[in-house]
Design a protein around this ligand. Sequence first.
Ligand SMILES: NC(=O)c1ccc[n+]([C@@H]2O[C@H](COP(=O)([O-])OP(=O)(O)OC[C@H]3O[C@@H](n4cnc5c(N)ncnc54)[C@H](O)[C@@H]3O)[C@@H](O)[C@H]2O)c1
Ligand SMILES: [Zn+2]
Length: 398
Amino acid sequence: MNTNPFWKFSTAGNIYFGRGSLSKLAEEIQGRKLERVIVITDAIVSKLDLVQQSISEMRSHGIEVAVFDGGEAEPSIDVAERATQRALETGAQGVIGIGGGSNMDVAKVVAILLKHGGGPADYFGFNRVPGTIAPLIAIPTTSGTGSEVSHSAVLTDTAAQIKVSTLSPHLRPSIAIVDSRLTDSCPARVTAHSGIDALVHAIEALTNKAFQTLSTDGPRAYEGAYPFTELLACEAIRQIGENLERAVHTPGDTKARDSMAYAAMLAGMAFSNSGVGLVHAIEYPIGAITHCSHGEGNGLLLPYVMEFNKPNCEVALAKIGSLLTGKQEGSCTADDAVDYVRRLQAKIGIRARLSELGLTAEHIPVVASKAVQIERLMAITARRPTESDLVALITKAM
Ligand SMILES: NC(=O)c1ccc[n+]([C@@H]2O[C@H](COP(=O)([O-])OP(=O)(O)OC[C@H]3O[C@@H](n4cnc5c(N)ncnc54)[C@H](O)[C@@H]3O)[C@@H](O)[C@H]2O)c1
Ligand SMILES: [Zn+2]
């Protein structure tokens, strides 16, 4: 096996961050000479005052703006097809995804199909997008997925009961606008679920196998852990420890909202280079079977996977314990980190058992078999499980 002596880092082309940055949208579109754009959003987000204002502002600059507001949480392949149909009908030259990860991911798929044709499934997997996509602007309204900076788009294949990812360097948005005013209206449940997803992203990026130990044979979606993403992930974990509970329980705490938007973006930069791992591999089939939110499925599984991974990343987990609790480095153990996550789950209303999501005993072997086949994650996760390890882990989480 050939192993890698170096790493690569990529993110969105340009990033605006901070309250008020949404005001740059019209100017950016004009600067790119786009006359017709489509906004991909959903029925809830499209009604937010800031979103309405932003659409009016683009129109007042002479930009033709079509709106597809048929997005849904954990979007199906059908939704992406409908959005693309609308984009084609309107002759859109650029795509703006406004919403949580769900809408931003549909926008990514639309931007692929506008440029390269075909259907969503033609591009599933890694590196199947043949070249640059239509100009894409991603504007998150949740603090969680990091899709605004990532190279992936996740859809639900309802027939095959699995989440399917399209991963390509071309999927990084040309522009990310992270204006945390847009997250102020998130209900506690959305704040909690998306916020714990960001924590999972940072923890998986940090605990995945080191880049030097991975094979360079053939292209791969992720680099493995390396020092620069460690920096990003650690800061994300620290800020999530300080702010997630506050953002959930004190929705008007704009400083907590700002910190969560920042942490989610940093975690997105970390995981979209270093990878997510076993939590995500198990959540993909569970999400498709139970229709739980991605964030809750991940948040539920996190402590079980941390325990499973412990033999291979005890030092990193102990560091995570210190970052989350704000205690001095060296004073926490890996078990403290797991305990912290369990307490956090309870405090922010993440359920602790897969049976509560509707998973039943007959689903366990199906989930284990689907998860173990996601090779891009199995190759880099801290501790590679066998299928029977997964059956045991999932059974423990029931
Ligand atoms: N592409 C990536 O890199 C990536 C990474 C992680 C997860 N994902 C995907 O992202 C999706 C989950 O995204 P999410 O957690 O951001 O949630 P979401 O986009 O599914 O949104 C959840 C709900 O919150 C509502 N909502 C969003 N913003 C709101 C606001 N400001 N005010 C009020 N309501 C609001 C939405 O209308 C929706 O009903 C999943 O499909 C998951 O697989 C993608
Ligand atoms: Zn995730």
